[in-house]
Design a protein around this ligand. Structure first.
Ligand SMILES: [Zn+2]
Length: 741
């Protein structure tokens, strides 16, 4: 089934040598000398060439070629077309497509099949034609070109003869102008970027046509255009090098190879660079916002100087199959480019040296004549390095692409502003841009945690952990999740792990704070305080540790210690109402009414809308029996957080104090509807019945609470109170004992 239209000329073994001269190559023409088949041009750039191409369809693989005599321009056009046809359409036939395509591409990368003898012969005929038409200078040029193809005795003799006969026509160009080196390195970078951008656009187009769901199809389809683009880079590289070597006429092998290697590296690096610039441009058009012009300059500078580096590093880390295909192909292209550069440089310089030897190398070499060239290359590399250095900081910040960084930044801002839903969307976008970076998973997890989605948060924390096993933060997050689910042992384990992994004091502080909260939750206040102290020692700025430590001291009736720590906290956060409210509560207990009122007014004036501040302020008013003020604070808190049980239950008890039993009951019922296992709701219900008073109902509410949590101190205490007022003194004592224990 293979090759129904096989092209015999290139398929036979040793295909190069059996191309018949004067047959297929259209020689001789009417004028007796060969010329370009397309445009009739007749100069030293003519070649008899075979340019193979392959295209396949399922089981059919067609193996064809353009062969003929072409000038440089028409040769280049056919090489380009053959490369694109082969790399885009060659692969899709089994099995021959996969075999013939790389073979044809390799021939194309080397500039097609150019049989040596035939071409020396062809150029000799062009040269003779030039002599016959009175252009000895052109004839010399054509013979020189023939020497490039092959070191040939006859060509050398003809050349020596002509040089002797026409001594003025054999000047070798001798401009080692350093500007050519710089110009060609700049164009190498731009060409590489152009190739990368083109590839980016092709994949974008594929995405757009096929839709994002067919991701794996894109992964498969995108490598064919990538190979086409990499081939384009190779073609440009060898033409660029040949052109510059002719312009500069360098005969210094080391300089030439270094220059060629640099150009190969620049085109090669430019390709992923172009990809990232494509990303960046689409982010810009997609409305990527900058804080300032300076920000824009820094970001653009970082993208332009080192975008390729991030692109490659991200591809390494992403683990996506399409990225691996990209890296492997790009790596192959690198090897190919350097090999091609080396080969082109060697050929060009050996040819140049041969020509100079042939002329007896009469020219006197100036000392240090290569210095400008060396310094041009060195200067270019230096400028590149400086640019890299200047933007390096921003570059590191922007790992994973500019839109990733922008989404993370946006997510952080939204999270801080309390807009969890939008923050979640931003982080999810960041994750889709770089699924294997742990950071966005981590941020998303905290947003989900704040939204009460513990399951989702746990999944994201776990993913962040898998991506970066040495990171303390996801373990902290898991600790808090376990804490909210009352998995005390698991919580402890998570916080301990976080502590062991914590590299900087901030994480260590948070791990100790978590352990403190764990101890606080099981009412081990001494342990809680010890942990909070350690947390503060690690990170003095950890305000919540100060707050909870002050609260723990308050709960232990150590009011002056509570005052001390509330004051520390005010030093850190002067505009926060919570510590002032706690101070008011503490001064009430310490019986210092003047300072108490000052702190209470202060807390009210600051008007902090967080739950801590509002609950503490309400409790402070409550303690002073200023029920209306307490009610006002709690009502405004319940508008902000209508589902918070602490606020609702306190408010219910206040309504009961006022005799508004119906409102109190409906608040409690709503909480029980939300969470039938909420022990505090049944205790609050008991408080309401005590106010009614209906001690029987209060008792059954407490029975329910104790069924859910048999060791609840508050419930036992209240049941003792109820028994006492029912006249069941013995039972009341037993309950009080249980409560104390
Ligand atoms: Zn032509």
């Amino acid at each position: 089934m293979d090759d129904p239209v096989r092209d015999d000329r290139i398929s036979q073994p040793g295909g190069q040598s059996d191309i018949p001269v004067g047959g297929t190559f259209g020689m001789p023409t009417a004028h007796g000398a060969p010329s370009c088949e397309v445009c009739g041009r007749r100069d030293e750039s003519l070649r008899a060439i075979v340019i193979p191409y392959v295209f396949s369809f399922v089981v059919m693989t067609m193996h064809r070629a353009w062969s003929g005599v072409y000038c440089w321009r028409h040769r280049f056009q056919r090489l380009l077309a053959a490369g694109f046809i082969t790399s885009l359409f060659g692969w899709w036939g089994l099995p021959w497509g996969l075999i013939h395509t790389p073979a044809a591409l390799f021939k194309l990368v080397r500039g097609g099949v150019v049989p040596e003898d035939e071409n020396v012969e062809l150029l000799a005929r062009v040269a003779i034609h030039k002599l016959n038409t009175g252009e000895p200078g052109k004839a010399i040029q054509v013979f020189q070109e023939a020497l490039r193809i092959k070191e040939d005795e006859r060509t050398r003799n003809s050349l020596l003869e002509l040089q002797a006969k026409y001594p003025l026509s054999n000047e070798l160009s001798d401009g080692k102008a350093p500007i050519w080196y710089i110009a060609s390195w700049v164009s190498a970078s731009l060409l590489g970027v152009g190739v990368g951008l083109l590839d980016y656009l092709v994949v974008l187009l594929l995405n757009w046509v096929l839709g994002a769901e067919t991701y794996w199809i894109i992964a498969i389809l995108s490598w064919a255009p990538l190979i086409a683009m990499l081939y384009l880079g190779a073609l440009i590289l060898s033409e660029l090098l040949r052109w510059v070597f002719d312009r500069t006429g360098t005969d210094h092998l080391l300089l030439g190879m270094l220059f060629a290697g640099g150009a190969a590296g620049l085109i090669w690096y430019g390709i992923p660079q172009g990809q990232l610039i494509g990303d960046y441009l689409s982010a810009l058009f997609g409305g990527l916002a900058f804080e300032s012009i300076g920000d824009l300059i820094m970001t653009s500078g970082a993208v332009i100087t080192q975008g390729g580096l991030w692109f490659v590093l991200d591809a390494f880390e992403s683990g996506l199959p399409s990225d691996w295909i990209y890296l492997v192909l790009w790596g192959f292209a690198g090897i190919l480019y350097f090999w091609l550069a080396n080969k082109t440089a060697q050929e060009a310089i050996h040819w140049r040296v041969r020509l100079e030897l042939l002329q007896g190398d009469l020219r006197i070499e100036e000392p240090n004549s290569r210095l400008p060239a060396w310094s041009a290359l060195g200067g270019f590399a230096f400028v590149l390095l400086i640019g890299f250095g200047v933007f390096a900081g921003r570059g590191r910040l922007m790992r994973g692409g500019p839109d990733l960084a922008a989404n993370i930044e946006r997510g952080d801002e939204l999270y801080l502003a309390g807009d969890f839903e939008q923050a979640e969307a931003a982080y999810r976008q960041a994750i889709s841009a770089a699924p294997n970076q742990p950071g966005p998973h981590e941020s998303l997890a905290w947003v989900l945690y704040s939204m009460g989605d513990l399951e989702g948060a746990s999944a994201e924390f776990t993913q962040a952990m898998e991506l970066d096993a040495d990171w303390a933060d996801p373990h902290l997050g898991m600790g808090y999740i376990h804490l909210s689910m009352d998995n005390d042992l698991a919580a402890q384990e998570s916080f301990q792990t976080a502590l062991a992994l914590a590299e900087d004091p901030q994480y260590a502080g948070q791990a100790y704070y978590g352990l403190g909260n764990l101890a606080h939750q099981v009412d081990d206040l001494d342990a809680a305080i010890a942990y909070y102290e350690q947390a503060i020692r690690e990170d003095w700025q950890l305000t919540m540790a100060h707050m909870d430590m002050a609260l723990a001291y308050y709960s232990m009736a150590k009011f002056s210690r509570a005052v001390e720590h509330a004051n520390d906290l005010i030093g850190l956060l002067p505009d926060w109402g919570a510590p002032h409210a706690l101070l008011a509560m503490s001064y009430y207990q310490l019986d210092q009414p003047e300072i108490l009122m000052r702190e209470l007014d202060w807390a009210a004036d600051l008007n902090s809308t967080d739950l801590y501040s509002q609950l503490l302020l309400a409790e402070a008013y409550w303690g002073l029996e200023q029920y209306d003020a307490a009610k006002e604070v709690l009502e405004s808190a319940s508008v902000l957080t209508p589902e918070n049980s602490q606020v609702a239950l306190l408010l219910a008890r206040l309504y009961a104090l006022e005799g508004a039993f119906g409102e109190a009951q409906s608040l409690i019922d709503a909480q029980i509807d939300l969470n039938p296992d909420l022990v505090d709701a049944y205790i609050a219900r008991a408080w309401v019945y005590i106010e009614v008073p209906d001690l029987g109902q209060a008792e059954s509410a407490l029975d329910q609470a104790l069924k859910l949590s048999p060791e609840d101190w508050g419930a036992h205490n209240l049941r003792s109170f109820v028994y006492f007022h029912q006249g069941r003194i013995d039972e009341a004592y037993t309950e009080a004992d249980t409560a104390i224990r």
